[in-house]
Design a binder for this molecule. Structure first.
Ligand code: NAP
Length: 316
């Protein structure tokens, strides 16, 4: 069976893919074009796509009887794949849950601390050569220990963020999700998102992307936040209404934001880049050698299972 991997991978993952499969590893780091996606469905039995490879209904509609049987996504988030259209075309979809959890939670904490303590702004100050030296009221930020955390989407990553905040920073944890959670330490579910936004010092977005959660954090949720509060988004850019966030930051209606993802990624609006009260990371959530290898191995495990006729370990 012929496998297409749509991006270069870590050396360990590429070596295993070459040893176990008849594989083509695309050398470009950019997302697949429409024509490349049509070719992927038409010319390969197995495809390992990733973030931004938009296998939507239109792509499936162009390939009447796809040769491809499995899209083994590299990543837990699969909102770039129309799973219903894939299923109707007889194409299975799998993802890589769990492998990404701790690294993404670490990135959320990086952003939370950077935003609270104005770390990016301070780093820019030192680099500028204009730092006048320490004084008691210089660059005062927000204390983190003992504060309140609100998690939107208490799944694997949301719970890992909450655990770090509870045990590491003595924070009180509130959350919204579709069901009650018992992560093994005290958490309180608030049914209403605006109520959650109003109650906390740090609001972290950890729900999957897609039609159901698009603009879940809108102008009303942002308006409910307290002026000293910070918004952190490590989920998907489109969950937050970016224009409303820019306005809230410009008018200092919230104290700051820490973003790993953007609504029209990789485009980051100039208005956002001009602001000092936002920390901007280039989608670094899972960007460590070990984690990217674990993700690649998990995707290959799903491919190997399919080839062996076994159930997919991570079907979605
Ligand atoms: P997960 O375990 O499936 O958790 C998702 C959580 O969101 C669950 O608690 C779920 O509630 C909740 N949820 C889903 N839809 C909702 C809705 N409409 N309203 C309210 N809550 C909703 O997923 P995960 O592994 O934690 O990953 C979460 C997302 O993080 C991924 O989908 C991905 O997009 C993103 N991510 C980003 C990076 C990065 O590099 N920045 C890395 C990895 C993942 P229930 O449990 O009650 O169903």
């Amino acid at each position: 069976m012929k496998l297409l991997i749509t991006r270069p991978m870590t050396a360990a993952v590429e070596a295993r893919a070459r040893a176990e499969f008849d594989v083509v590893i695309r050398s470009e780091t950019t997302v697949l074009s429409h024509d490349e996606m049509v070719s992927a469905l038409r010319d390969y039995d197995l495809v390992m796509p990733t973030l931004g490879d938009g296998f939507d209904a239109g792509v499936f509609a162009e390939v009447a009887e796809p040769r491809c049987r499995l899209l083994a996504n590299f990543g837990v988030g699969f909102n770039h794949i129309d799973v219903a259209a894939a299923s109707a075309a007889g194409v299975l979809v799998s993802n890589t849950p769990g492998a990404v959890t701790d690294a993404t939670a670490d990135t959320a904490l990086t952003l939370l601390l950077m935003s609270a303590r104005r770390a990016a702004e301070g780093e820019r100050l030192v680099r500028s050569g204009d730092w006048p030296g320490w004084h008691p009221t210089q660059m005062l930020g927000q204390h983190v220990t003992g504060k309140t955390l609100g998690v939107i989407g208490m799944g694997r990553i949301g719970a890992a963020i909450a655990r770090r905040c509870h045990f590491g920073f003595g924070m009180q944890v509130f959350y919204t999700a579709r069901s009650d959670k018992s992560p093994g330490f005290p958490v309180t579910r608030l049914p209403d998102l605006q109520q959650l936004a109003a109650a906390v010092d740090f609001l972290v977005v950890a729900v999957p992307g897609g039609a159901e959660t698009r603009h879940l954090v809108d102008e009303h949720v942002l308006a409910a936040m307290q002026p000293h509060a910070h918004l952190i988004n490590i989920a998907r850019g489109e969950v937050v209404q970016q224009q409303a966030l820019v306005a809230a930051l410009q008018e200092q209606r919230i104290a700051g934001a820490g973003l790993d993802v953007y609504e029209f990624e990789p485009e980051v609006p100039q208005a956002l880049r001009d602001l000092d009260n936002v920390t901007l990371l280039p989608h670094l959530g899972t960007a460590t050698e070990e984690v990217r290898s674990d993700m690649g191995h998990m995707a290959l495990d799903n491919i190997a299972a399919f080839v062996a006729g076994a159930p997919l370990p991570n079907a979605v």
